[in-house]
Design a protein around this ligand. Structure first.
Ligand code: PLP
Length: 420
């Protein structure tokens, strides 16, 4: 209560902005994930890995737009690419000269994508991947996992929301090999696809265990279902995505977030014969339109983004993230606090629990009040991340920023020893 009160007192402009937003948007909101009580901050501007709110407070941006902001704010190469596109006209009414180059760069980066199609968001990419699997297999059921987030209309925290797209979902427990094998036994011949994040991202940065993901590959092969890896977030974790790191080749992959340098983006791709269902030269080809699928701002920014993100840059960012997570986790252990950090590489999430976190239910069992306290206290230290505890590193984050976060966590652990 005290932390919330201090937040309200520090942020009168954000509060006024919220109240005015409520006049035209339900709850002053057009992205549910950003809402938290008593009101979310208004962010006025960003530069590098810093952001400033409407009241002029400066924060280190440890959220990185839920992984889409990998390059930091206004990276010069991406800014230049967007400006160049704007100068050449932005709604060209046809194919443009950038889209095939960008598609080639995406396919080169992720070898399981023999062909790719662009969308405007990760949500759309997943909707289309599921549709592809249903048509290709002639089956209707889709196996997903509790705690997974595959986009607006495809959210499985708490078992799935009533607003989800009405597919015949089968909902398993993440990382539960035996339980999921039983679901294959029961539903195998009716499964069109298994849709899975190789690490639960928004759902708590819970790594998919190799044995679990390998089992999904083996059982989809034997049952004739397609394996769809949702790498909208996790593709940033290694040069060829988490699939490359694990040596697992899915049938279809969905992408989004950072790949177009922070511009709106989504893509689905995979095996040639599956993606060829969309080849308009074929009779009965599946339709997939979308006014902005090939928009030049995204295509141009994406080409620049993938040039910046060499394998060396990708590895260095993830090494920094691993070191940070281990350091924060060691601080929690040394303080004997019921607090820990999960994740891989540049993505991490804090949990307030003394139990291992391996599934959506483990994430949900964490102490919500302590998580809220941590969030408000970190804001007071000038550290910004998701209210749900998620952080994603961007390229401009360096030693100084990681040290600032570690010392803020240390002071939290000391101050609240009795509660933790
Ligand atoms: N899939 C995953 C794993 C995500 O984390 C997200 C967004 O957070 C999506 C899909 C949806 O992407 P978008 O927000 O671009 O629709």
């Amino acid at each position: 209560i005290e932390a919330r009160r201090a937040f309200v007192e520090r942020n009168p402009e954000s509060r006024a902005g919220f109240e005015s937003a409520c006049q035209a948007m339900p709850g002053g909101n057009t992205r549910t994930v950003l809402f938290h009580e008593p009101f979310p901050l208004r962010i006025a501007r960003g530069e590098g890995c810093r952001i400033w709110d409407a009241d002029g407070h400066e924060y280190i941006d440890f959220l990185g737009e839920f992984t889409a902001g990998l390059f930091g704010h206004s990276h010069p190469d991406i800014t230049a690419a967007v400006k160049a596109a704007i100068d050449n006209g932005i709604s060209l009414s046809g194919h443009n000269t950038l889209e095939a180059r960008f598609a080639g760069a995406v396919c080169a980066r992720f070898p399981s994508l023999e062909l790719v199609r662009f969308t405007n968001s990760g949500t759309e990419a997943n909707l289309l991947a599921i549709a592809t699997a249903k048509v290709a297999t002639g089956r209707s059921k889709v196996l997903v996992f509790d705690g997974a987030y595959h986009g607006s209309l495809l959210s499985f925290a708490g078992g799935g929301l009533p607003i989800n797209v009405p597919h015949a979902w089968v909902v398993g427990t993440y990382n539960d090999v035996a339980g999921t094998e039983a679901l294959f036994d029961a539903h195998g011949p009716e499964l069109a696809a298994v849709l899975v994040e190789p690490m639960l991202g928004a759902g708590g940065c819970v790594p998919g265990e190799p044995a679990f993901l390998e089992m999904l590959r083996a059982r989809t092969c034997s049952s004739g279902a397609l394996l769809i890896f949702d790498e909208v977030m996790t593709s940033r974790l290694a040069p060829g995505g988490r699939q490359g790191e694990l040596g697992i080749r899915p049938d279809l992959t969905t992408l989004g977030k950072y790949i177009a340098g922070g511009m709106s983006f989504g893509a689905f791709g995979g095996r040639r014969e599956l993606m060829s269902l969309y080849d308009p030269r074929q009779r009965g080809a599946l339709p997939h339109a979308g006014t902005f699928n090939n928009n030049v701002l995204t295509m141009s920014a994406g080409l620049a983004a993938l040039r910046v993100l060499t394998p060396e840059v990708t590895r260095a960012l993830n090494l920094r993230g691993d070191a940070l997570r281990l350091r924060l986790d060691a601080l929690c252990k040394a303080a004997r606090a019921n607090m820990l950090f999960t994740g891989i590489g540049s993505m991490l999430t804090v949990h307030f629990t003394d139990r291992p976190v391996r599934s959506g239910a483990d994430v949900a069992a964490g102490d919500a009040a302590l998580k809220e306290l941590f969030f408000f206290e970190m804001l007071a230290h000038g550290i910004y991340f998701a209210r749900r505890g998620m952080m994603a590193l961007s390229l401009p984050i360096g030693d100084l920023e990681c040290d600032r976060l570690a010392s803020a966590v240390e002071s939290f652990l000391t101050r609240h020893r009795a509660l933790l």
